[in-house]
Design a protein around this ligand. Sequence first.
Ligand code: PLP
Length: 415
Amino acid sequence: MSYSGKTKDLYLSLLSDIRNGGIFKEERFIHSSQAADIEVEFPSGSDLKKVINMCSNNYLGLSSHPEVIRAAHEGLEARGYGMSSVRFICGTQDIHRELENRVTEFLGTEDTILFPSCMDANAGIFEAILTSEDIMISDRLVHASIIDGMRLCSAQHDTFKHSNMEHLEEKLLLHENKRIKLVITDGVFSMDGDTARLDEMVRLCDKYDALLLVDDSHASGFIGKTGRGTHEYCNVVGKIDIITTTFGKALGGASGGCVSGRKEIVEMCRQKARPYLFSNTIAPVIVSGVLKVFDILSASTERRDKLEKNASFWRAGLKDAGFILKEGNTPIVPVMLFNAKLSQDFSRDLYNEGIYAIGFFFPVVPNGQARIRTQISAGHEMHHLQTALDKFVKVGKKHGILGLTKEQIIEKYGQ
Ligand SMILES: *Cc1c(COP(=O)(O)O)cnc(C)c1O
């Protein structure tokens, strides 16, 4: 084998295409733990800068919670650092099963199986339960990990327009004769912060004898009045056949994921899901931390209530200041700028003002839909939000976009 000059040149040219296309992702080094206040080295090699973090998935502020850290330490001491095994050989501790039961109880499902990540849960679920006789019908905006999971599955595939129930019904009719029909959606859509219409989806799935899978990674722990997730928000607890979710966001933010739902489906995953069978078990230290997260969430809804308050303050503040937002009812608040370069300039100016929020543009979001995606946390105090709001307004004024309509922003900056 040789890494020839020709191959190296090929990769260099592909990388420079990415750079020239303006979509090269530069990582920013954080020198502190995850929190509302972080210390960032950016660009690489520059002095550390204290900034307010407005773009983490640390929705409940539990990523560095002292009780979670203590529980993780205790788990580390009691059960060791690693298990050096997959679950079915010698990688299952009692605490793995305990966590599965806690998730089941919290989500209101029948059973749960842990995966190394939600990406792995989504990579494993479809092929474990479907064959070429079956059909997967997915919302057009589902997460990349679901798309990859569907690619690994031999079942047929179709899509429906984003959150469009008429279109979903057409597709259910079209595929009425398939053996298993599995409808697939995110609970909360990460780029827009909107919520799936699960009540209507449950009704349609009942009517056409279809299964429903919801990826609730951006909802578990805080959406719904006790934070169970989008199914609680939509009043359909117990009616979702399959929920996949992550422990890498609100639920402590370390890593790990799961499939939770119908007992037989969970058992099929235990027998057949390849990322479960062939990837290492979740480390005891993480299991212990996540168990503590569920203790905290079960004891009180204080954190999700604070998050809800923070998010409405933030949404209202930006709106009153004259920004255009994507409508929604979640802590994901996208500030629409439409133009890719403007989103990058805006993000840089915010950073210089001590606010960390990333600009997204094509292909992460549709062409002409560039934005700054802000994410609110229960770890934010009012002073964080007020400062961030003031800085957003300052940068908004600098670019002359406050109070403008979408058309006016596009006229000014192009799309
Ligand atoms: C973040 C995310 C995932 C991936 O979760 P990991 O546990 O980090 O792999 C999967 N699905 C959705 C909808 C997500 O937002």
